[in-house]
Design a protein around this ligand. Structure first.
Ligand SMILES: [Zn+2]
Length: 98
């Protein structure tokens, strides 16, 4: 059986990177409300290259609430279904601006 979403409006933000504050060593997440933390995984070292985007793991974010790795350029999409992470192609194929 097929279904369609009743309310298909979503909030979406494209995430790129963590920014450095002017104080050395202090990180500031400019979109903190999205709960994107640093991606840290002992089984996937920071220097290792991501199979999805080709960037190193230390350039990635992590949303612990949904256990999702965020590649630079991914969209964080929140709607009636909760929060999901989509790459740019998937996001643009599924959503358009109002
Ligand atoms: Zn990636």
């Amino acid at each position: 059986m097929r279904y369609k979403i009743i309310d298909n409006r979503v909030d979406a933000t494209q995430w790129f990177e963590f920014l450095y504050d002017r104080v050395p060593g202090i990180y500031i997440d400019p979109i903190y409300h999205l709960d994107v933390g640093f991606f840290r995984d002992p089984d996937n070292p920071g220097y290792q290259v991501c199979e999805k985007c080709g960037k190193t793991n230390h350039e990635h974010g992590w949303i612990s609430r949904i256990e999702a790795k965020v590649c630079p350029g991914d969209y964080i999409v929140t709607g009636v279904f909760g929060t999901i992470v989509l790459n740019e192609d998937a996001f643009r194929g599924a959503f358009k601006g109002e």
